[in-house]
Design a protein around this ligand. Sequence first.
Ligand code: FES
Length: 129
Amino acid sequence: MYNQKVIDVFANPKNVGEIADANGVGTAGNASCGDIMKVYLKIEDDIIKDASFETFGCAAAIASSSVATEMVKGLSPEMALNIKNSEVVEILEGLPPQKIHCSVLAEEAIHAAINDYISRKNNESKTES
Ligand code: FES
């Protein structure tokens, strides 16, 4: 069902696990398959220095998480918000139609983690003022 690229990334995923001092954490889930993806971001000086994930899901979800966390490293949070699941699919050289939603989870989890970072930052500035 999967192409070789997806199989390779799934077999050797990058950025697996938690970042203990992450300052942006986001979760996305798909109700129909029950898969869940959690993304951790460490953002400093407006740059995503590190990104990781914990995914309880299928091979496509794990491969998508690996690709998406690699893509956002070195980007500003604003730029990372522009990441689309179609770019994840492109890097994976395609996913079966019934597995496209797995790449959507990666996009959503990245967005959720960035939004978490932004709201933490806003809360900090409120507390400081
Ligand atoms: Fe649902 Fe892959 S089958 S995330």
